[in-house]
Design a protein around this ligand. Sequence first.
Ligand SMILES: Cc1cc2nc3c(=O)[nH]c(=O)nc-3n(C[C@H](O)[C@H](O)[C@H](O)COP(=O)(O)O)c2cc1C
Length: 296
Amino acid sequence: MTQHTRRGWTMAQRREVTDAVNRSPAVSGPLPWRLRFVDGAVEVVRGDWDDESSGNGLGRDRLVSCGAAVATLELALRREGLRFSMQLDPDHGSEVLARVEINGELPASAGERELYAAIYLRHSHRQPFSPLPVDHDLCERIIARHGVTDTQVLRIAEPALGAIARLLTYAAGAVRSDTAYQRDLAAWTMPAVRSELDTLPWALVRTTTHLPDQPTLEQRLREQTTLLVITEDDARVDHLRAGIAMQRVWLAAVANGLAASVHTQSLYLPEVRAGLVEQLGLAGYPHLLMRLGYPA
Ligand SMILES: Cc1cc2nc3c(=O)[nH]c(=O)nc-3n(C[C@H](O)[C@H](O)[C@H](O)COP(=O)(O)O)c2cc1C
């Protein structure tokens, strides 16, 4: 544990906390957050982008990513042995998305240290999983770790898998032929990542992606655990909440030997989001699908 005083942050603390936070999952493009260390607090500040209010999928995803950064920040501060209170969207609409105020010290628990370690083990697992199913109780325990107000993490089971397969198949076809979107995607994604993604329809659909037919996709969904993160409302604070829930669940999964990846690309299409709400009878707004399993 490094020393923190209310007057400021040591260079080592800034570096350790920033390094951990910048390992958070983020939508393609430059990191959508910055950290601002001020006296007795750390702020998660919006990066240099302005499509948040347009309500499009990318603006939403950037806020979800910033929410993930908030969840990582909390763990990094606990690892420093700091107690704090956290406020989302504290100034209602300013560039500050979250403010974490330090109000004491408390050594990190063994569980918190495990979750902290998971920050560095987590990555987007886009490869197939091992056939070993994820135990139902374990999945429920992991889901229960999110603890975010007005947010639910749902496990998608039969018969909803058919509806998901239908909507993903429709979205994949639409996204693959959207030339403007494909141009942006090509610019954002590093060539090293590209070849891995090209083969996997669950990940990012490109012009070259081979799309499985709907029954094949449905079968694949049956062989993995699929979660859906929804929030009661669809405002800035809800997108941040969805990101916090996503990262908490993801890190808890990794700490339990699982791997995961998330998919939002299909939800950029308003008709797919609306289709999820209608066909799954959701009591809220869907933000992302997460697949979980044991790495093969
Ligand atoms: C809000 C959000 C949306 C994402 N959407 C997708 C997606 O649709 N498809 C995909 O393959 N990865 C998606 N990702 C994963 C990012 O591409 C990934 O987190 C980033 O490239 C960093 O890699 P890492 O997760 O391995 O650290 C998403 C991540 C976030 C936070």
